[in-house]
Write a protein that binds this ligand. Sequence first.
Ligand SMILES: [Mg+2]
Length: 278
Amino acid sequence: MAAIAAARGDAIDLFGTGREVDARTAARRAVEAGADRVAAIGGDGTIVEVAAGLLEVPEPPPLAIVPQGTANLLALNLGIPPDRESAVSAAFSDSVVRIDCGRANGEPFLIAVGAGVHAELVARADRGTKRRWGVAAYGIAGWRASRGAEALRFRVWIDGEESEIEATTIQVMNVGSVLRRGWEFAHGVTPVDGVLDLIALRASTLAEHVVTAAAVVRGAPTDTDLVVHLPARRVRIEVDPPALLQRDGELAGRTPVEIDVLPRALPIVLPGSGPWTS
Ligand SMILES: [Mg+2]
């Protein structure tokens, strides 16, 4: 990255993160130091933290993403190449697209927030499993985690309208692809439309997970009534007793949760051939 920058006559400052400085603080410091672009090198967790830091400043510079985790769900959904060399050169791309950010109880998220089996899985996961949460959490390989999971009775307010949904997991998603591009629990989930998407999964037995996974892979997820899809700008989720929440793969307290969306709040650097660039 330093070599490309030098060839372009750009200067790069490196802000390491660790015990003393988290990625959120590092991102803010980079902006205070005058950065006109911030590249996050790391897994989804780091990238989301950097985004949270950028969202704390009034006019954030664009965020470039160099994926370095295992799941790399954000990069996958944004069309950022998984290999390091291509991602680094894409970080210098001139195409910038503003994407939506979700907020859950005031804290930003870029991928999804949810309660139910996914959150339970995050809570129980060892480090190795957690790095693969994107794989396990979406039910394709995750039936093990949900064996014996009972459906919860969620009370949900979608843009003010109350309803009850029985499901083993509810996710409010900003991006839709899981595992690979095109494998989605609902069509049309995109971070550039100013709307989030509530997806409730009802599968609890192995057979139901297989049906759900098959529908997802076939590209017809909502053909099965095991998947509920409702677009939403504001969501409130309650369940009794309160259930664990996950936010972009990290535990984030318990329900109730209030979720809203900051439309097109975060400028992201995409490769010239990204999904929303022309
Ligand atoms: Mg959307």
